[in-house]
Design a protein around this ligand. Sequence first.
Ligand SMILES: O=C1C[C@@H](O)[C@H](O)[C@@H](O)C1=O
Ligand SMILES: [Co+2]
Length: 294
Amino acid sequence: MTIKLGIAPIAWTNDDMPELGKENTFEQCVSEMALAGYTGTEIGNKYPKNPEELKSFLEPRGLSVASAWFSAFLTTKPFEETKEAFMLHRDFLHAMGAKVIVVSEQGHSVQGQMETPVFDKKPEFTEEEWEKLTSGLDKLGELANEKDMSIVYHHHMGTGVQTTDEINRLMAETDPKKVSLLYDTGHLVFSGEDPIEVYQTHKDRIKHIHFKDIRKEKMEEVKTSSSSFLKGVKEGVFTVPGDGMIDFAPIWKEIEKDGYEGWIVVEAEQDPAKANPFIYAKNAREYIKSVTKL
Ligand SMILES: O=C1C[C@@H](O)[C@H](O)[C@@H](O)C1=O
Ligand SMILES: [Co+2]
């Protein structure tokens, strides 16, 4: 597999805040993805749940499923609960032909809390929670491997795995054969990390990429006003590549140099009433063409 370019539905309909884009239909979303020049998608709340039905909409549009998000609660709930939900998710993605499963630990996460300051209140895991998380991820990784798939861990604002140190610890304490990494440019820059350093450190473990850009002034507002992750998104902290502060040329250089294989998914959640998803998707496609060979 070489590099394929997809786009996430979150710019059309936002699963974290379903009121954003509630007027946008599933068919509009997938048609506009294809029209804007993408060949893959992740999964949103309006997508059909039945694999054959979903394929009947995606295949005529030349789209396939790159992956889909899974919320784990390994630090706060019994493993069996996460396992049960994970198996359903894994089997759905397997039926759709995806090779990677996006996993993010949501135990103690503040990412979904509208009033909680994302920087001041992000959780820090205890030693015991780190153990539950890393051993649980290894087990989910084994379950993924049974189907010739991999889990890719999504570091995320407002969670216990957000910073470079936390990502490094997670990678050091999990088995490389069982746990890979999702590299999300927007979350790294929002958190104040150096995306090039993270790429270089973990290049051998990165099996999935989210490309999102940051509006610098909106990011600073979130910090200075102790705002929440969701309010930041509503205000427009994220945008598509080429529209914000991130220079994707040096990031692309690393990706290409190290022979990355897999999906790059444009994922730029913002209010679709302010930022027309089709126009932004097209703009991102053109920018990516100008910076990469894709
Ligand atoms: O991959 C992602 C999925 C979303 O639900 C999340 O909040 C977003 O920021 C993200 O990076
Ligand atoms: Co992401």
